[in-house]
Every structure is written in structure tokens, then in C-alpha cells.
Design a protein around this ligand. Structure first.
Ligand SMILES: C[S@@+](CC[C@H](N)C(=O)[O-])C[C@H]1O[C@@H](n2cnc3c(N)ncnc32)[C@H](O)[C@@H]1O
Length: 226
């Protein structure tokens, strides 16, 4: 049987990067088998995953890559970087967009835990300079590290503990360009925890149009058109 389409392969992403991503996703899935995240409180999730990937699923990551290519995203904020798996997709998309249409591009990656940030850097080194040169990693609480030096943003990926999501959106919203996209993971399985965030996004005159994509646990795609 033919293998399913993969936009990264189609775009000519080198084999060693595709293998790296397969390996990292497999490790993340394996780790999550031992963690029943949906049954934990936010505090428990934080403690249980201090040393874990909790990477964005591979199909969702490919979707985010494809979307970043479609909107020619060159400046992206990734809220929640962990070991840097989704960052590689974003870095690849920014790199390809810059190559195709010129200019400069950056993924602002954010991670609270210094040890996780160190592991992420190793993965980006393995992915190669083509990816790593587009990543600006900010270590510490993103509510502090994103206060300054944020350019106009094309895409915001919210893959962060649920209580952090709405404050992060409010911090970045003034930087979103017309037509910017906001992606939020797990909006079906964590709908209750995201009540405030989803209420904010879906309220009349919020400036956002909203769509829940039925990936496993849900993935929200919001477009900013104030
Ligand atoms: C779900 S993981 C991110 C997974 C990553 N996007 C990927 O696909 O590989 C969420 C990460 O957010 C980090 N985090 C939580 N609160 C944070 C904060 N206030 N500032 C920065 N990072 C934070 C956690 O340490 C955790 O590593």
C-alpha cells in the first residue's frame, strides 16, 4: 500500500530530519502511554511531564506545517516548546517560506524548564542549521519572555498548560496580523479546562473566526480578522 501523503517529504525535507521526527514522535507516544494526562489536574500534569515530551501529535504537526506554508508564515510564536518537536515543523515551514519569497523569519519558542530547553536545542542541532537558525528560544515564564521583542505575528501555536493559554493569547493578540492564525491543541478533550479561552475566542466581536478540527482530542483553528 502507498504510504500516506506527508507534506514535509513532498517539500524535500531531508531524510535525516524525517527520521528524527519519526523517532521523537514515537518516543513521545511511548511516554504518554504511562501518563493518563486527561485524568490529571493542571498542577499534576505540570509535575508529571516535567521530564516528558508531550509533543503535538504527528498528524497535527504536519497540518500545522502545511498551514504555515499556506499562509506564508514567517513569524511564529510557539507557546510551549518542551523538547522542541513541533518547533522543528515550524522552523522547517519558516525556512521554506523565507527561501520561496525572501525576507527573514523566526519561530519564537518558549519553554519554562531550562532542562527541557537544553534537550530541545540538541534536537534542533540534529535537525540542522536550516532549522535551528530560524529559532529564537526564550527560556523562562513566557508571560515574561514574550513581553518584549515580539514582531508582527503570522501564527500562534498554543500548546501549553490550559491555565496559561488565555493570558498568552491576550499577550500576543496585539501583535497578530490581519489573517493570523491561532492553533490550540486538545480543544475537544480539554473543552472544560479551556472554557474561558474558548468563550473569549467565540464571543461576538472577538475578532476571531473559529473552527474545531476533529483530530484526536480536537485542534482549534482560529483566524484573526478584527
Ligand atoms: C505540551 S508541551 C509542548 C509540546 C511541544 N509543543 C511539542 O510539540 O513538542 C507544553 C510545554 O509548555 C511548558 N510550559 C508550561 N508553562 C509554561 C510557561 N509559563 N512558560 C513557558 N513554558 C511553559 C511546559 O514546561 C511544557 O514543556
Amino acid at each position: 500500500m502507498a504510504s500516506p501523503p506527508n507534506p514535509l517529504r513532498d517539500a524535500g525535507v531531508p531524510e535525516h530530519v524525517l527520521s528524527l521526527l519519526d523517532r521523537l514522535h514515537a518516543a513521545s507516544v511511548e511516554q504518554e502511554k504511562g501518563l493518563n494526562i486527561s485524568s490529571l489536574t493542571s498542577g499534576e500534569i505540570h509535575a508529571a511531564t516535567r521530564d516528558a515530551f508531550v509533543a503535538l501529535d504527528q498528524d497535527k504537526s504536519q497540518f500545522v506545517y502545511q498551514l504555515a506554508r499556506a499562509i506564508n508564515a514567517k513569524n511564529i510564536v510557539e507557546a510551549g516548546t518542551s523538547f522542541g518537536v513541533s518547533t522543528i515543523y515550524l522552523g522547517l515551514a519558516v525556512s521554506a517560506n523565507v527561501q520561496a519569497s525572501g525576507g527573514q523569519g523566526t519561530v519564537i519558542a518558549t519553554e519554562h524548564e531550562a532542562s527541557k530547553a537544553g534537550v530541545a536545542r540538541k534536537h534542533w542541532t540534529e535537525a540542522g542549521e536550516g532549522v535551528s537558525r530560524h529559532i529564537d528560544l526564550r527560556v523562562g515564564d513566557l508571560l515574561q519572555t514574550l513581553k518584549e521583542n515580539v514582531p508582527t505575528i503570522d501564527m500562534l501555536l498554543l500548546d501549553i498548560w490550559t491555565p496559561m493559554a488565555l493570558p498568552t493569547l491576550k499577550l500576543i493578540q496585539p501583535h497578530l496580523r490581519q489573517g493570523a492564525v491561532v492553533i490550540i491543541d486538545n480543544t475537544i478533550s480539554s473543552a472544560t479546562r479551556y472554557k474561558d479561552l474558548l468563550g473569549y475566542l467565540r464571543s461576538k466581536d472577538s475578532g476571531f473566526t473559529n473552527l474545531t478540527i476533529p483530530y484526536s482530542n480536537g485542534l482549534e483553528l482560529c483566524v484573526y480578522s478584527p
